[in-house]
Design a protein around this ligand. Structure first.
Ligand SMILES: Nc1ncnc2c1ncn2[C@@H]1O[C@H](COP(=O)(O)OP(=O)(O)OP(=O)(O)O)[C@@H](O)[C@H]1O
Ligand SMILES: [Mg+2]
Length: 616
């Protein structure tokens, strides 16, 4: 069955022509029959002749009947032809209806001056308007005013050239929302070759565009994160040296000495710089986290006093914490940092006062959210919202806020690291952060953290400084950064530890093999050229089961980065560290009973690899 419209049109014309011919021949046959009947009547009634006897009456009757029969056959044949074309037409119409009703795309036929002739039913599905509602108005009615000139120009071009180009524009959904349509027009010409109508196919690309935007944003953040993470890592080591030696100088210069003040200033600047690099490391998700199962509500309520002080009196602080929302697994200090940064931003956005609302609840991310935000993992989440009634942000600002050093605050007021830090922490904890804001209408940040099963774990509280151990303990320090190694050695030497130094894992293995000393502690960097600290620990532990292990790192390796967590029980000393922190960590490690890392690991998973040792 050919459904080519041109062929169909030709066939119908032919059938019509035949139908006309049929009607004419019908009239002619009727006339001949009438003449025949008349001639009989005239002969019989008027002339009363004996013509019947002379004529071959039977032959005349047969030819008349034959003619009538032929005519009837022709009529039936013709009727059948017409029926066939009608069936073709019906099939064509049915196909057209099916396409119109089932196409996801919206199909419209409009006149050159914009009058709607046809709108497919998908218009109602996608934009909410019924066919009648659409046909009442002009086709430009629902288009965003800013996009009308471009749409008109494209329609004009299509009408003039007969070739439509692809165009994107915004159309208002019946519920008021703006949808982005991608549209292609093709021209329909009349018999004179002039463009008579335009057939427009519109596709709703709102979700696709949103996803693309998210992808661009996350790629940009990823790239900036890599760069800043790398820089921060190197800075961290240098700062460790600066801070360490400044502390040593502070110890040897008595208060009141002329040199004491400059040294104190160097120390303060070093600490400030260390805070900055920590923020950058947080953004690039290279922080060493100590995730524990936490009650978010308890943390928020614990912070209440501090938050009230922070935001001042002209801002009303409201808490809405829902009970029994479940627990999250995160680093407590980092989570507090998130709440604080969001609250400080909210305060800054409400210079003339307003309301800061902090809410916790639980919720679900479903497949629908996955379609909207491609990277979302569906499941149960704990939601923290921080809303303000401040100045709000436009879309352009919103697309940059998580970038490090992006700030709209005047010089000296903001570093632009607040939200970058928040972003890094949330990502590293397996969560998401979304912002809703409009200029003049306030801002809401919503943080989704994955629900964690289990009981709340005690958060580590700073222990009072323990007494130094008198007996001489031996520590094997493995660190590739020369000055940091030297500094660590000096710090440990000073309080009476015996220190063995190695620049990398292979040197450490050699020292351990050669020495007859009992090594009490392996203090090793995690990331080093060649063998990693984790591998080194696995290698040495079986030979020295009594040896404790303490990792130090300012940076985490790929495995930690991937999971963002550390195996519970593994101690990692964050770099840069002050002397007190180092000594406390060393003492803690030494005072622990010595289930070595290797034994501990073997207990939990006999096949575990070194990277799992350090990470997870
Ligand atoms: N609640 C908010 N309301 C309006 N704008 C906001 C809000 N939160 C963030 N912003 C915008 O995002 C920008 C970046 O915020 P971010 O916290 O990263 O840096 P900052 O606050 O400028 O500096 P800092 O490093 O001191 O936090 C701000 O400069 C501001 O323009
Ligand atoms: Mg900020």
């Amino acid at each position: 069955m050919s459904l080519d419209p041109a062929a169909l049109r030709k066939g119908i014309t032919r059938a019509e022509r035949k139908q006309w011919w049929l009607s004419f021949s019908g009239v002619a046959v009727t006339l001949i029959l009438t003449v025949g009947i008349l001639s009989f009547s005239v002969t019989v009634y008027v002339l009363k002749s004996t013509l019947f006897e002379e004529m071959n009456f039977h032959a005349a009757t047969r030819s008349l009947v034959g003619m009538v029969l032929l005519f009837s056959v022709y009529v039936i044949y013709q009727q059948w032809q017409i029926h066939r074309f009608r069936m073709h037409l019906l099939a064509q119409e049915e196909l057209f209806r099916l396409i119109g009703e089932n196409a996801v795309d919206m199909i419209a036929v409009v006149t050159v001056d914009g009058r709607r002739l046809y709108n497919s039913p998908s218009y109602q599905r996608v934009l909410g308007y019924s066919r009648e509602e659409l046909e009442q108005g002009s086709s430009y009615e629902q288009i965003h005013p800013d996009d009308i000139p471009a749409v008109k120009a494209a329609a004009k071009e299509a009408a003039e050239t007969g070739v439509g180009r692809c165009l994107e524009y915004r159309v208002r959904h019946k519920n008021g929302e703006w949808r982005v349509l991608e549209s292609t027009a093709s021209a329909v010409r009349d018999s004179g070759g002039n463009v008579e109508k335009l057939v427009i196919v519109n596709r709703d690309v709102t979700e696709r565009r949103a996803l693309e935007q998210q992808l661009v944003l996350s790629q940009r953040l990823e790239a900036v994160g890599k760069l800043s993470g790398g820089v921060a890592h190197d800075f961290n080591n240098l700062l460790g040296v600066i801070i360490g030696y400044t502390e040593a100088l502070q110890d040897s210069i008595p208060p009141g000495d002329a040199l004491r003040e400059p040294v104190d200033e160097i120390s303060k600047a070093g600490q400030r710089a260390a805070t900055l690099t920590q923020q950058l490391l947080a953004f690039s998700r290279k922080q060493v986290l100590e995730p524990k199962i936490l009650d978010l509500n308890a943390i928020i309520l614990d912070m209440e006093k501090m938050l009230r002080r922070l935001i001042g009196e002209d801002i009303t602080l409201k808490f809405e914490v829902h009970r029994d929302i479940g627990k999250v697994k995160a680093d407590r200090g980092q989570l507090e940092q998130v709440v604080m940064n969001l609250a400080v931003n909210a305060r800054d956005a409400m210079a003339r006062g307003g309301e800061l609302r902090i809410e916790t609840t639980d919720g679900e991310l479903t497949d629908k959210d996955v379609r909207r935000y491609r990277y979302v993992v569906p499941g149960r989440y704990i939601i923290l919202s921080v809303s303000d009634t401040g100045v709000g942000m436009d879309a352009e600002t919103q697309s940059h806020i998580f970038e490090p050093f992006f700030t709209t605050k005047e010089k000296g007021k903001g570093t632009g690291l607040g939200l970058a830090t928040v972003y890094g922490i949330i990502k590293q904890s397996g969560g998401y952060i979304w912002v809703d804001s409009e200029p003049g209408k306030g801002t809401t940040f919503r943080v989704f953290l994955p629900f964690a099963a289990g009981a709340v774990e005690e958060t580590s509280t700073e222990k009072p400084h323990a007494q130094r151990c008198d007996s001489v303990r031996t520590i094997l320090v493995v660190e590739d950064e020369h000055s940091l190694r030297k500094l660590t050695r000096t710090m440990l030497d000073k309080v009476g530890y015996r220190v063995l130094e190695a620049a990398d894992a292979s040197e450490a293995i050699k020292i351990a093999a050669d020495t007859s000393l009992h090594i009490d502690l392996l203090l090793t960097d995690v990331i080093m050229p060649g063998m990693s600290g984790g591998d080194l620990a696995t290698k040495l532990s079986p030979e020295r089961p009594e040896m404790r292990i303490l990792f130090m790192s300012g940076y985490t390796d790929g495995a930690i980065e991937a999971k963002g967590n550390l195996k519970p029980g593994l101690v990692v000393l964050r770099k840069p560290f002050a002397r007190e922190t180092l000594l406390r960590a060393v003492e803690d490690a030494l005072s622990k009973a010595a289930p070595t890392i290797a034994n501990r690991d073997r207990e939990s998973d006999p096949k575990s690899t070194t990277s799992q040792l350090v990470a997870n």
